[in-house]
Design a protein around this ligand. Structure first.
Ligand code: DGJ
Length: 740
C-alpha cells in the first residue's frame, strides 16, 4: 500500500510502498530529490548533498549549495541552474520566471487528476502529494503532483501551472518531469523507427552534452516512442538497475538526457517546446501530461514486467477478452464490398474467427486513398444496403462486426470540407500541404470534437458496431487553427491531443463494450496516452511475421502483450515479398491479439488447416497468449533477427516458449535457452512429454529444435504438473499435433 509521510522538522517527503521509495526535501526553499530506489523504512540522509560552491557559482539563497549541482525536482534557466530546464514561463516584462520556492503542500486520497480529459493512471487506494511552489514575485504557482501506483515501484509525476498575476503569462516549455542524478553511469535506451520499422532499440552510454528524442509530427510518431530507460552499464534483461520513464501522452513530445559540466546527469521529459507556447491567462491553470517512472534492480525484463502491469492494470481499459479477427485490408485493399464480406463469413467462422473488420474503402468515393474522408457514408455501390446487412449476418452467427475509420482526417473533396473548410488545420493564405491526399481536422476546436462525437456515436449505434479500428495516417504539416488568435497558435498541438482524448473518452463512456484498435499506419502512435483509451494496437503495417516479431520485441520493453495485434498474413508477404514457412506464419501470429489478413476463401487447404489449428490453440491458451507475462529470453548462438519469448500466467503454472529463429547461421548449432522465470520448485511437463523442475529449466535450460532454413519458428509448451491435477495438460492443446 502506497503511503506518503512528511517530516516537518526536515521538511522531508517520503513516498513509498513495499517496493519503492521516492524522497524529496525542501532545502533553503528549493525542492531537492534526495532518493529514488528500493523501498526504505527510514531516511536519515547519510548520503550528503554537495554543499560547496563551485567557482563562479551564481550567488542565491541556496548557498552553500550550488543550484547547478543540486538534484532539483523542477527548475528553469537563468536562476543559477544551467542544466536543461523543465519549464520556461515569461512574465509581462517578457522575462523568465525563475527561483521557484516551496510554498505549501497537500496530501490527497487516490490519484488527484488535475484535468479530466488527459489520460491518467488509476490508483484508487493510493495517496497523492501535491507540492506547490511560487516564484518570489508571486506571479506563478507551480503544482507538482506525485502518486505511487499501488504496490508497483512506479511513481506518477504531473505538473500544473496557475497564473497568480493580473497579466497573461507565456509558457514556452512545460515538462512533465525532471530527474536529476549525481552521476551519469547509465546507458540510455531508446525506441525510434519509421513507418514499417517501428520500435527499433538503441542503447548508448550517457556522455557529456545532450541527447534528445522528440516528435514535432503532431503525434508521438513511429520516429520515437515517448518512453526511455536509463540502465546501469552491466544491466541486461535478467539483472541490474534500470529506471524507465514514459508519458501518458500521444502528441508532440521531447525527452532530453544531459550530462553536465560536473558529470551529473538530468532527464527531462514532456511536451516538445519546439512548436509549443501557451498563453496563461490570470487565474487559469495549465496542466502537463502525466509521466510515470518505474524502477528495478532486477534487469530489463523485470522493468518491462512492471510497465506491463502498470499499463494493463492501471492505464488500459478494464480487461476483457479481445477477439480473433479477420480484417479485409490485405485481402481487398479499397475494393471491399458487402458481397465479398458476406461470402467470407462462413469460411472465416469455420477457421475460428470471432470478429470481421471491414477496413478502408467502405465509404463513398473511396476507390483509392484520394478521398472522401470526413463523410462516413457507405458507398452505394459497394454497400448498396448500407452496413447493417453485414452487421446482422455476423451477429446472427454470434460473430462481432468491426469497422475501420480515420476520424481525425478530412479530404478536400468531402461534403464536410465543402461545408466547413475552416475545420481543417491550416496556415492563413498558404496552400494546404497534403499527405496521403488528406488534411488533418483541427481537433483543437470543440465544435470539431463535438461533430466527431456525434458522427461516430451515430455510426456505431446505427450499424451495431462492436469494434472500431481507429486509424491515423498522416502527420501535421501546417499546425494552424483558423479560430485561435495569433498569440495562441502555439497551443494547437496540445489542444488537438487533448481534444482527441475527449472524443475517445466520450465514445468509451457511451459504448463501454466497444473495442477500439489503435492504429497509425501500424504502431505509429503506440504510446501511454493512446493505451488509456484503446484496447489493442495494430503493431505495424509490416506484416512479415519475422520483422513484426522484432518490432513487438522492441515495444515489449514498455507495452504488455495484449497491446499487440499480430495476424496471419500472406506469403510472399505484401510488403517485402519474403516467403516465410507456413509454420512460422501460424506460430508468430499467436501472440497478443491474433487474427488473419488473408481472405479465408483463398487459403490453400494446408493454410486453412494451419490457421484453424493455431486459432484453436490460441483459444485453449488465450489467457496466457493475450494477457500473460512476457519475458525476453536469449538463446545461445543467437541468429540474426532472432526473438525468443517466454509467456506465462501469473502463477507460472503454464508457460510457452516462442522462438522466431531468424536467419540461420552458416554453421548449424543447437541453441540452448535458460527459462529464468519459472517457479524453481515446481515440476513442468514439456510439450506434454518430458518432465523437469523449474530450477533445471531456469538454470540449465532447454535445447531448441535445430533450425532448418531461414525464418523458422518453434513453440514449446510447459505445464506445471506438481500440485495440479493431471487433466489440466489437456487444456494446453497438443502443439505436436498441429498440422504445420
Ligand atoms: C493503415 C493501416 O495500418 C492499414 O492496416 C490499413 O487500415 C490502411 N491504413 C487503410 O488505409
Amino acid at each position: 500500500m502506497a503511503n506518503i509521510e512528511y517530516d516537518p522538522q526536515r521538511q522531508l517527503f517520503h513516498l513509498h510502498n513495499a517496493t519503492f521509495s521516492y524522497i524529496i526535501q525542501v532545502i533553503r526553499g528549493y525542492l531537492v530529490k534526495r532518493y529514488c530506489g528500493p523501498a526504505l523504512e527510514q531516511f536519515s540522509g547519510t548520503a550528503k548533498l554537495e554543499d560547496f560552491s563551485h567557482a563562479f557559482n551564481i550567488q542565491n539563497d541556496a548557498a552553500p549549495f550550488s543550484l547547478t549541482t543540486l538534484p532539483l525536482e523542477y527548475s528553469t534557466l537563468m536562476g543559477g541552474d544551467y542544466r536543461t530546464p523543465a519549464y520556461a514561463v515569461r512574465n509581462a516584462h517578457g522575462q523568465l520566471i525563475g527561483n521557484l520556492k516551496f510554498h505549501d503542500f497537500q496530501i490527497l486520497a487516490g490519484n488527484e487528476n488535475f484535468n479530466g480529459t488527459l489520460p491518467t493512471a488509476r490508483t484508487p487506494n493510493g495517496q497523492t502529494l501535491i507540492i506547490t511552489m511560487h516564484d518570489e514575485t508571486d506571479t506563478l504557482a507551480v503544482h507538482l503532483k506525485y502518486t505511487i501506483v499501488g504496490d508497483l515501484p512506479v511513481l506518477l509525476k504531473q505538473v500544473a501551472y496557475r497564473n497568480l498575476s493580473d497579466n497573461t503569462l507565456t509558457i514556452t516549455h512545460a515538462a512533465s518531469l525532471q530527474l536529476d542524478f549525481d552521476d551519469h553511469a547509465y546507458d540510455l535506451i531508446t525506441l525510434t523507427g519509421a513507418h514499417l520499422s517501428e520500435a527499433s532499440v538503441t542503447r548508448q552510454p550517457l556522455t557529456p552534452g545532450k541527447k534528445s528524442i522528440a516528435s514535432n509530427y503532431g503525434a508521438s510518431g513511429p520516429q520515437g516512442v515517448p518512453a526511455t530507460i536509463l540502465a546501469a552499464p552491466a544491466t541486461d534483461d535478467f539483472a541490474g538497475e534500470a529506471l524507465g520513464v514514459t508519458l501518458l501522452w500521444s502528441g508532440n513530445f521531447n525527452y532530453t538526457a544531459q550530462v553536465d559540466q560536473f558529470g551529473n546527469s538530468r532527464l527531462v521529459m514532456g511536451l516538445n517546446p519546439e512548436l509549443f507556447s501557451w498563453q496563461l491567462k490570470p487565474g487559469k491553470p495549465f496542466v502537463t501530461p502525466e509521466a510515470a517512472v518505474a524502477y528495478t534492480t532486477k534487469g530489463l525484463n523485470d522493468l518491462s514486467h512492471i510497465f506491463h502491469q502498470f499499463f494493463a492494470n492501471h492505464v488500459m481499459p478494464v480487461p476483457r477478452r479481445n477477439l480473433i479477427e479477420y480484417n479485409t485490408w490485405e485481402s481487398t485493399y479499397f475494393d471491399v464490398s458487402e458481397a465479398k464480406v458476406l461470402a467470407e463469413i462462413p469460411k472465416a467462422e469455420a477457421l475460428g474467427v470471432e470478429l470481421i473488420v471491414v477496413d478502408d474503402g467502405w465509404f463513398k468515393n473511396r476507390p483509392n486513398d484520394a478521398g472522401q474522408l470526413g463523410d462516413w457514408v457507405p458507398d452505394p455501390v459497394k454497400f448498396p444496403r448500407g452496413l447493417r446487412p453485414v452487421a446482422d449476418a455476423l451477429h446472427a452467427r454470434g460473430l462481432a462486426f468491426g469497422l475501420w475509420v480515420e476520424p481525425e482526417m478530412i479530404s478536400e473533396n468531402s461534403e464536410l470540407y465543402a461545408a466547413h473548410p475552416d475545420w481543417a488545420m491550416q496556415y492563413v493564405g498558404q496552400k494546404p500541404l497534403r499527405s496521403r491526399n488528406q488534411l488533418v481536422l483541427d481537433l483543437s476546436q470543440r465544435i470539431v470534437q463535438d461533430h466527431l462525437i456525434a458522427v461516430l456515436t451515430d455510426l456505431v449505434r446505427t450499424n451495431h458496431i462492436d469494434y472500431l479500428k481507429w486509424d491515423y495516417n498522416r502527420h501535421f504539416s501546417q499546425p494552424g487553427s483558423p479560430v485561435l488568435p495569433p498569440d495562441q497558435q502555439g497551443e494547437v498541438g496540445y489542444r488537438y491531443t487533448r481534444g482527441l482524448y475527449r472524443v475517445l473518452k466520450t465514445l468509451r463512456d457511451t459504448f463501454p463494450k466497444l473495442i477500439i484498435e489503435n492504429c497509425s499506419s501500424g504502431g505509429g502512435r503506440l504510446d501511454g496516452g493512446m493505451l488509456a483509451y484503446t484496447d489493442q494496437t495494430w503493431t505495424s503495417d509490416f506484416t512479415d511475421p519475422v520483422y513484426r516479431m522484432k518490432i513487438m520485441n522492441g515495444f515489449s520493453l514498455f507495452f504488455p502483450l495484449k497491446t499487440f495485434v499480430s495476424h496471419f498474413t500472406m506469403s510472399p508477404n505484401l510488403q517485402d515479398s519474403r516467403v516465410t514457412p507456413l509454420r512460422t506464419r501460424a506460430l508468430l501470429s499467436l501472440v497478443g491479439v491474433t487474427g488473419i489478413e488473408c481472405p479465408p476463401s483463398q487459403l490453400s487447404p494446408a493454410e486453412a488447416a494451419a490457421v484453424k489449428a493455431s486459432f484453436a490453440f490460441y483459444k485453449a491458451n488465450r489467457a496466457e497468449l493475450q494477457n500473460g507475462s512476457l519475458y525476453r529470453l536469449h538463446p545461445s548462438h543467437p541468429n540474426q533477427d532472432q526473438v525468443c519469448w517466454l509467456i506465462t500466467d501469473e502463477a507460472k503454472t503454464k508457460a510457452i516458449v516462442l522462438t522466431s529463429a531468424g536467419v540461420i547461421a552458416p554453421i548449424p548449432h543447437y541453441q540452448h535457452v535458460l527459462l529464468h522465470y519459472l517457479r524453481p520448485t515446481m515440476s513442468y511437463q514439456i510439450n506434454d512429454k518430458k518432465t523437469a523442475t523449474g530450477a533445471e529449466l531456469n538454470f540449465a535450460g532447454v535445447t531448441l529444435p535445430l533450425a532448418h532454413g531461414d525464418f523458422s519458428a518453434t513453440l514449446m509448451t510447459l505445464q506445471a504438473v506438481s500440485h495440479l491435477p493431471q487433466t489440466t495438460t489437456q487444456a494446453n492443446g497438443d502443439i505436436a499435433k498441429l498440422p504445420f
